[in-house]
Design a protein. Structure first.
Length: 322
């Protein structure tokens, strides 16, 4: 019977094992790109305050942040509360969008993946009898919103058991599509087995059929060198507090700009619109802003976004291809 350490090394995780026996003394104040191999990853590990008495393998729920993220949070909280000035995040959206290969106008800031999924679920123009493809491997964050809309509006969910290969899953989805199919709402990476769906090929197929792709990307951001434009999806919800290693309670929704007026905004507030008037008769609400910012509104936390940007910088400092 193989030891646990040899098993981890076979998985390619052996570089984490030194955490059990102590790391070389490297200060958590930045990475030295000159280091190679295991030495490089040892200094990456030192950037995290997470206890070294364990090997942490639960980023699928919550990815502990490195010290740079915690410092950015603390600095921004102190600055905001020292000055008393309201922190605006608008100038920072472009950097968040660039991290996943989209335009600043196509990103809406959420608190988690589930919030983005709910915007997709309720905003899409569906009616009773319309079909939505999902898998039997959905996380609650994707399953429950779709089940709720099916319960309330009579849409039809068609779950399937994923195959083992990209080709098998693409063929399976093609075989399940009917003239009533309106949405393919599947995970990029299943939360149960880690299966990676061939999203780009599925999106290409769906677009040719006039079918929306609404992807649960909870495990996509930070796991891959993710470029949503290249993937070609219509909508993609993800979080920053898993593999991106950002602050807990941060996420985003991508809405392809051509579809902004097809994804109805229901929960709105300040900054969702171009103007309103309570004094004229009848009362007036102007148009929505012509960006995905229409789906997020009101006060946003500048410290949390500063923390996300620090996490993004941390990924880029390591090198996203790594």
């Amino acid at each position: 019977m193989k030891s646990r350490r040899s098993f981890l090394q076979q998985l390619g995780l052996g570089v984490i094992a030194p955490g059990l026996v102590g790391f070389r003394e490297v200060q958590a104040n930045g990475l030295n790109p000159a280091l190679q191999g295991e030495e490089f990853w040892e200094q990456v590990r030192v950037q995290f305050p997470l206890t070294k008495s364990r090997i942490y393998m639960n980023n699928g729920t919550f990815g502990p942040s490195p010290k740079a993220v915690l410092d950015a949070l603390q600095d921004s909280f102190e600055q905001t509360n020292t000055s008393g000035e309201y922190g605006h995040i608008s100038p920072l959206r472009a950097q968040l969008a660039d991290f996943v290969g989209i335009k600043e106008s196509e990103i809406s800031l959420t608190h988690n993946t589930t919030e983005g999924i709910n915007i997709m679920v309720w905003g899409l123009p569906l009616k009773a009898g319309d079909e939505v493809l999902i898998t039997y491997h959905e996380h609650a964050g994707n399953a429950i919103p779709w089940l709720n809309r099916a319960k309330l509006h009579g849409i039809v969910l068609k779950p399937f058991e994923p195959g083992k290969t990209r080709e098998e899953n693409l063929d399976l989805i093609k075989s399940l599509v009917t003239p009533k199919t309106k949405v393919i709402a599947i995970p990029h990476v299943t939360c149960t087995t880690g299966l990676v769906m061939p999203i780009q090929e599925i999106a290409d197929f769906a677009r040719g059929k006039g079918i929306y792709t609404a992807i649960d990307g909870a495990h996509g951001a930070g796991t891959f060198d993710l470029n949503l434009k290249e993937l070609g999806v219509d909508f993609y919800a993800s979080s920053y507090h898993k593999w991106v290693l950002g602050p807990n309670g941060t996420g985003f929704l991508y809405v392809r700009e051509e579809l902004l007026d097809q994804l109805q905004a229901f929960q709105v507030g300040a900054y969702s619109e171009t103007g309103y008037d309570l004094h004229q008769v009848p009362l007036e609400l102007n148009e929505y802003v012509n960006t995905a910012h229409r789906y997020d509104y009101g006060s946003q936390s500048l410290p949390m976004i500063k923390g996300v940007l620090a996490a993004i910088n941390f990924h880029q400092e390591i090198g996203r291809e790594k």
